[in-house]
Structure formats: structure tokens, C-alpha cells
Design a protein around this ligand. Sequence first.
Ligand code: ADP
Ligand code: MG
Length: 211
Amino acid sequence: MTGAVSTDDLVAWVRAFRDAVHAHKDELTRLDSEIGDADHGSNMARGLDAVVAELDPAPASPSDLFKTVGMTLVSSVGGASGPLYGTLFLRMGPALGTETEVDAEGLGAALRAGVEGVVARGKAEPGDKTMIDALSPALDAWDAAAAAGPAEAARAAAEAAARGRDATEPLVARKGRASYLGERSAGHLDPGATSATLLLEALRDTLAGAA
Ligand code: ADP
Ligand code: MG
């Protein structure tokens, strides 16, 4: 694709994330049943269904889109993940101003603002066995690949997210519900790192398709 990502591309990304969460809903719930309360799949599916219901008519700009997504997730998902994913999108919007297209650097900066918002809200650091373990390496990979354009940046970010997700398996959780299990949280993938990888993989697939 060219260097520009359109509002339509980003709407397609959000829809693709909804579809991926539905396709992996049982897996997300199973992971959360091992170290949490077995609601991550249903939390995310419900929230993203509510989001998609707000996308017709389509938002006018990426910042409008992300504001709508964030507000809808915050208001429709219980549990830790709704406010955290909601914050991610709410913080992405203002980083983009009123432009109707973004380039790889701009989208990377927006993602970074979003993840910084999640960290400010949830206080998780890399290694705490949360969604941050997928999101944080994805940002670094995005930035390293941004000069090659958004499709390549998204490909690199999705790969880094998957590695970060896989690396949560041996970790002991230090944040969220899984931390109540202490050492027994080790030996399981983190559900939120798994859904965060779906988010980046949905972006990769959407931007590859726009090529
Ligand atoms: P809940 O834990 O309230 O049931 P979910 O099951 O929907 O909410 O989401 C759990 C996921 O949320 C975890 O797997 C983890 O990745 C993420 N999470 C929990 N607490 C935090 C936090 N403080 N910072 C970042 N992510 C977190
Ligand atoms: Mg849960």
C-alpha cells in the first residue's frame, strides 16, 4: 500500500478485531478460566459488538473513530479489560488531530499514546503478565519498521506482540485478577496479551489487504 492509512482502513481494522475476538472467544475465555474468572472472551465480544453497532454511519476521521471505540468499550465492558482497552483507543484519538489519513509514523505515535494511557491507568510494567507484554514490544517493533510503511510496521508489530504473548506463559502475574493466584498463575498464557495480539494481527491483516 502507499504510506497513507485511511479512516476506512481503520474502521475495517476495528471490524476485523471484532471478528477475530469472536473467532477466538472460547479460547480467550478458556485462558481466563485458568488464571481469572472466565469472562475475557465474553467481555471483549460484547464490547466490540457494541462498538461495531456505533460504526454506521462511519466516523469522519481516525480520531472520531477512536473516540467512539474508546467510549463504547469503557461504557459497555465490565472487568479490567473494558476500561483498559477503552483507554487505549481514547488516548489514540487526540494524538491524530483532525487528519483523515495517517502515515506509519503517525499511527505509531497514536498507538504509543494509547499504550502509555493503559500503563498510566493499570500501572502494569512489562513482565507483569498483562496485555502490556504484547503491546509494549509491538510498539517498539512498529517504530523500528515504520520507515518501510504501515503494512510492514503492522506486520512487525503483530509478530512482536505474538512473541510477547507467548513469553507471558511462564510469568507470575503481578497485576489484575490473575495476581491473586500468585505462583499458580505461571504456566498459562495471559488472556489480555492474547487479545492484544489479535488486535495487532487484525491491523496487519487489514493493512496487508489494503496493499
Ligand atoms: P477481569 O480480570 O476484570 O475479569 P478481563 O478478564 O476481561 O477482566 O481481562 C483480564 C485481562 O486484563 C488480563 O489478562 C490482563 O491482560 C489485563 N489486565 C488486568 N489488569 C491489568 C492492568 N492493571 N494493566 C494492564 N492489563 C491488565
Ligand atoms: Mg476475567
